[in-house]
Design a protein around this ligand. Structure first.
Ligand code: C5P
Length: 321
């Protein structure tokens, strides 16, 4: 029986700009996304029963056709022309769910990669990326990974060259029970900002060019922490989601005298929400600084009921182990 294992890492947004509304109902975006080394694992085995069966270490995650892993398997099988193909997939979750870290999209991308190999289908990367884009806006990024400019719905990728230094690291925090619905966050954006949305393709193109020239990219490539990150959804979500306000306030404590308390925290603090939240992160020049910051905040995080992860930047997306 054939089997294989795929690593399915999370992402954070280093820039998220909502440009306008598209005719397909989605938002036109200009983003910088970054893979981090907080990863789920998917183990695939072939089965002879023609079923795509998903088992997950988190009992609260649906394992039916609403899960992107199952939908990815069904799409791949339909495109292969071999309806009899079956697989058992064991998903071990470490990425928090509904967190703005693209955990579900990454798992779907991992299923495309893993099942293509397991079933010996031979689809090439561009074909898998096209299937990924049909299933979710973040899924093509999750396949490619690293540091990418993401345009359109988020599915049009341009690698940032040179990529962000992989020494950069984050302290990522989230309350276990907190979730933000992505459609809700974009709906709020439409309600509150719709009047200011750009609408012409020429205006979108100008914003894309501006992001390609943004000093953020050079700072990341040189391993320097940018002084600020832009996430247009943060200003909408923060006033309405207590957990996000709490997370940002906790991380901000790191800039209140902690640099003198701990000289390892030498650079000014850059803090942002990831995606539509509620995960928030502080950026550091290396994992040692992120770990030191975690140590300084450990008591406050525990008291406020937050989970925390120290993660490095990862140069690739989903990958065979
Ligand atoms: O593509 P995905 O299924 O991840 O998108 C989830 C939801 O987020 C969409 O149904 C839409 O409400 C919102 N969204 C959006 N514009 C985007 C991406 C997502 O409005 N570019």
């Amino acid at each position: 029986m054939a089997q294989l294992t795929v690593s399915s890492p999370a992402k954070i947004n280093l820039h998220l700009e909502v440009l306008g509304q598209r005719s397909d109902g989605f938002h036109e975006l200009a983003m910088v996304m970054q893979t981090i080394d907080l990863a789920d694992t998917l183990r695939f085995k072939t089965t002879a029963d023609g079923q795509i069966q998903l088992e997950c270490s988190r009992p609260d995650l649906p394992t039916d056709a609403s899960n992107l892993v199952v939908r990815a398997g069904e799409l791949l099988r339909a495109r292969s022309g071999f309806p009899e193909l079956g697989a058992h997939i064991q998903l071990d979750k470490r990425i928090p769910i509904g967190a703005g870290l693209a955990g579900g999209s990454s798992n779907g991308a991992a299923a495309l990669l893993g099942l293509n190999r397991l079933w010996g289908l031979g689809f090439e990367a561009p074909e898998l990326t096209a299937m990924a884009a049909e299933l979710g806006s973040d899924m093509p990024f999750c396949m490619a990974g690293g540091t990418q400019l993401c345009f359109g719905r988020g599915e049009l990728l341009e690698p940032v060259l040179p990529a962000a230094a992989d020494t950069l690291a984050v302290l990522l925090i989230k309350q276990p029970e907190a979730h933000v619905s992505t459609p809700w966050a974009y709906g709020r954006s439409r309600e509150l900002r719709g009047d200011f949305y750009l609408s012409e393709e020429q205006e979108f193109a100008q914003r894309r060019d501006a992001l390609r020239q943004n000093p953020l990219l050079a700072q990341l490539a040189e391993g320097r922490c940018p002084p600020r990150l832009r996430n247009d959804l943060q200003q909408l979500v923060e006033p309405e989601v207590e957990s996000v306000r709490g997370a940002l306030a906790l991380l901000a404590q790191l800039s209140n005298g902690s640099q003198t308390a701990n000289p390892q925290l030498s650079s000014p603090l850059t803090v942002a929400m990831s995606g539509s939240g509620p995960s928030c992160f502080a950026l550091f020049a290396d994992l040692g600084q992120a770990t030191a910051a975690h140590g300084l905040l450990a008591n406050a995080l525990e008291t406020a009921g937050f989970e925390a992860w120290c993660c490095s930047f990862n140069p690739v997306g989903v990958s065979l182990i």
